[in-house]
Design a protein around this ligand. Structure first.
Ligand SMILES: NC(=O)c1ccc[n+]([C@@H]2O[C@H](COP(=O)([O-])OP(=O)(O)OC[C@H]3O[C@@H](n4cnc5c(N)ncnc54)[C@H](O)[C@@H]3O)[C@@H](O)[C@H]2O)c1
Length: 382
């Protein structure tokens, strides 16, 4: 089966490419290095050097004897995207290719516009390319749990039945995001739902929580195959950031009261969720939505865990509550359903002390490379 991975150079796209390639899928990856370019522009390079996509694919071939096809280009450019779709004729498209940082999207006008323009143009182009070149293919699109926000009622898995004046209908679950980036993901979902209704597309929208971790089965075989690992405020997800802060002796930055609760998952489970979605495709004319996370924690609970594991390793960790630069509820109700992927067979890797310890020991090897100035910049929402 031919799988096209859009955003294949990214934190999640690269390990997904290796997993699918190792499982015998024919894999092509597309990327324009937007993430790497923004990291350079904002002076927030990742913890260790990551070879470029051509080099990594070459290393993977040496290791596995399997070929991954590489296309470097901007998916906002129709001619480029159309050529890739026409040549490769994908049966599955995994769409990761977006500007994924909430703080970056709130940084300044240019960053906001880039996020809107990039995310919506790529998603629209993908929809049109599927219609023209592979109308029967299955699109797996990465959405985010952040689309739902933090409502004061249970969060359903994508859809909700609403009864009103004795009549009822199923609707997309109400969405109210907490950043511009998350708002573009809502707009993506609306676009997809429109074209699923109108053109009968086959779509799985994965509402993913913040991902943590470094290692998947395929990336651990060589340091040069590891995925990129960010620890700065723009691109580092909270658990990854806390691990690096602990190792650097930098106080864990808990925003405000620290009661912000989200659903998290290990990067190993991201690649499994995508594989399970490929193996169990959505129907024609179906927008299938899964809430993709395995357990929920508040920020304070995460800080406590990192503090405890650090202590076991002889690292003195300090937790510091700081003024919240974001606009968000710091204490709230949070109960999202997440049964769909478990029913497909996901067996989760939970956030144990052992998992945190393994990450911390790895990061300790790069302690001298941590630049403390990159950790916090206080991007304000207001
Ligand atoms: N990492 C997480 O915790 C997380 C959580 C929820 C949802 N997501 C979603 O998952 C997806 C992947 O996230 P990630 O952390 O791997 O991000 P990432 O930035 O590491 O990966 C995205 C990749 O897409 C590429 N890209 C962006 N725009 C492009 C364009 N116009 N043309 C070609 N390539 C382009 C980037 O260069 C990057 O390599 C994103 O859509 C993100 O919104 C991520």
């Amino acid at each position: 089966m031919r799988v096209l991975i859009l955003g294949g150079d990214g934190y999640l796209g690269w390990p997904t490419a290796l997993r699918l390639s190792s499982q015998g899928y024919e894999v092509a990856v597309v990327d324009n290095y937007m993430r790497r370019n923004i990291m350079r522009e904002e002076n927030v390079e990742p913890l260790y050097r990551v070879p470029n996509l051509h080099e990594r694919v070459h290393l993977w071939k040496e290791h596995s004897r399997k070929e991954i096809f590489v296309h470097i280009g901007d998916l906002r450019q129709w001619d480029f995207l159309a050529r890739v779709f026409d040549e490769f004729q994908p049966q599955v498209i995994v769409h990761y290719a977006e500007q994924p940082s909430a703080p970056y999207s709130m940084l300044r006008r240019e960053a906001s516009l880039l996020t809107i323009e990039n995310n919506l143009t790529v998603t629209s182009n993908v929809i049109f390319a599927m219609r023209e070149f592979c109308p029967d293919a299955h699109l797996i699109k990465l959405g985010t749990m952040g689309e739902y926000g933090t409502p004061n009622i249970d969060i359903e898995e994508g859809w909700i039945n609403i009864k009103h004046n004795e009549r009822q209908q199923k609707f997309l679950y109400p969405r109210q995001a907490g950043s511009l980036y998350h708002t573009t993901k809502i707009m993506d979902t609306d676009l997809l739902w429109f074209y699923v209704r109108t053109w009968g597309m086959r779509v799985t929208d994965l509402m993913q929580g913040p991902v943590y971790g470094l290692f998947t089965e395929e990336t651990v075989v060589s340091d040069n195959l590891l995925t990129l690992f960010s620890y700065d405020e723009l691109f580092g997800t909270v658990i990854n950031r806390f691990i690096v802060q602990a190792v650097a002796g930098y106080p864990l930055s808990v925003y405000g009261k620290g009661g912000q609760t989200r659903g998290y998952l290990n990067i190993k489970d991201t690649v499994s969720c995508v594989q399970l979605s490929i193996e169990n495709p959505a129907d024609e004319g179906e927008l299938r939505i899964f809430n993709q996370f395995t357990e929920t924690f508040s920020v304070s609970e995460l800080a406590e865990k990192v503090l405890r594991v650090g202590k076991d390793l002889g690292i003195e960790v300090v937790v510091k509550k700081i003024e919240n630069p974001r606009q968000e509820l710091e204490e709230h109700y949070y109960k999202p359903v997440h049964t769909g992927l478990l029913e497909l067979g996901l067996s989760p890797h939970y956030l144990s002390d052992g998992v945190l310890e393994e990450m911390m020991k790895f990061v300790l090897l790069y302690k001298k490379d941590i630049d403390r100035h990159k950790i916090f910049r206080g991007t304000k929402w207001s």
